[in-house]
Design a protein around this ligand. Structure first.
Ligand code: SAM
Length: 224
C-alpha cells in the first residue's frame, strides 16, 4: 500500500477542517468507547497531583480533561499544531495551558517533564523516531509516557475499518480524513513492533494493555 503523506501542513489542515465535528465523530466511530479507554488508561497511568504532565497531540483536549482529576491544573500542558483543535480544547478547559507547536520540536526545557501522554497522535507524525527522541529529551530521568493508539490488526480491527468505510459513504464531506484514518492505521506498527522502537530509543516497557479486543492498545514506557 502507498505510504500516506504526513507532511505537517497536510495533517494540520486536515485536523483544522474536521475540528468542529471531531468529538462527535469520535463518539460515532467508537460507539463512545474511546471515552472509556481514555479514562481507564489515565487511571492506570495514575499521575501525581504535583507532577508536570504534557499531553502531546492534545487535539480537542480530552486527555487533558481526564488528567484534571489527578494533576493540578497549572501543571497540565496540551500541545498540538492544529489551531482549530486547540480552539475547542481552550473552550472546553479554559483553566489549562495549551501550546500550538509541532511535537517534533516541543517548546519545553530538557528533562523538565514528569509524564507525557500521547493518544492517537504518534500515528500521524512524519518522523516517529524524532518525536520519540524528543519525548526522551523533555522527560526527567525515570519520567514516563502513556501511549494510546490502534493496536493489533485482527478481525475486530477489520470490523472497525468497515464501520469507517460505511461512514465515508454516509458523510462524503469528511471522506478524505476517514480514508486517511484507515491508511494511517494500517501502516502504524503493531504494539510488539512499537515497543521495540521505544526500547531502541532508551525506554523500558512498564505496562501494555489491550482494549476493545485489541483494536486499541496502551503502553506505559519509562525513560532509562
Ligand atoms: C487523532 S487526533 C487525537 C486527539 C486527542 N489526543 C484524542 O485522543 O482525542 C490527532 C491530533 O494530533 C495532532 N497532530 C498530529 N501531528 C502532530 C504534530 N506533528 N505536532 C503537533 N500536533 C500533531 C493533530 O492536529 C490532531 O489534533
Amino acid at each position: 500500500m502507498k505510504e500516506v503523506s504526513k507532511s505537517p501542513n497536510k495533517i494540520s489542515n486536515m485536523f483544522n477542517e474536521i475540528a468542529n465535528v471531531y468529538d462527535r465523530n469520535n463518539d460515532i466511530i467508537s460507539l463512545g468507547l474511546h471515552r472509556i479507554v481514555k479514562k481507564f488508561a489515565i487511571e492506570e497511568f495514575n499521575p501525581n497531583y504535583n507532577e508536570i504532565v504534557v499531553d502531546l497531540c492534545c487535539g480537542t483536549g480530552d486527555i487533558c480533561g481526564y488528567l484534571l482529576k489527578y494533576v493540578k491544573s497549572n501543571n497540565i500542558i496540551g500541545v498540538d499544531f492544529s489551531s482549530e483543535m486547540l480552539n475547542i480544547a481552550r473552550h472546553k478547559y479554559p483553566s489549562l495551558k495549551f501550546i500550538q507547536a509541532d511535537i517534533s520540536d516541543v517548546p519545553q526545557e530538557t528533562s523538565r517533564v514528569d509524564k507525557i501522554t500521547i493518544c492517537f497522535g504518534l500515528r500521524n507524525v512524519e518522523n516517529r523516531d524524532k518525536v520519540i527522541a524528543e519525548m526522551h529529551r523533555i522527560l526527567k530521568p525515570d519520567g514516563e509516557i502513556l501511549h494510546i493508539d490502534f493496536g493489533n490488526k485482527n478481525c475486530f480491527s477489520k470490523i472497525f475499518d468497515l464501520i469507517v468505510l460505511l461512514l465515508i459513504k454516509l458523510f462524503r464531506k469528511n471522506a478524505e480524513s476517514y480514508e486517511y484514518l484507515i491508511h494511517s492505521k494500517s501502516q502504524f506498527p503493531v504494539p510488539k513492533e512499537l515497543i521495540e522502537e521505544f526500547k531502541k530509543a532508551n525506554f523500558e516497557l512498564k505496562k501494555c494493555k489491550n482494549f476493545i479486543f485489541g483494536v486499541v492498545s496502551m503502553q506505559i514506557y519509562k525513560k532509562i
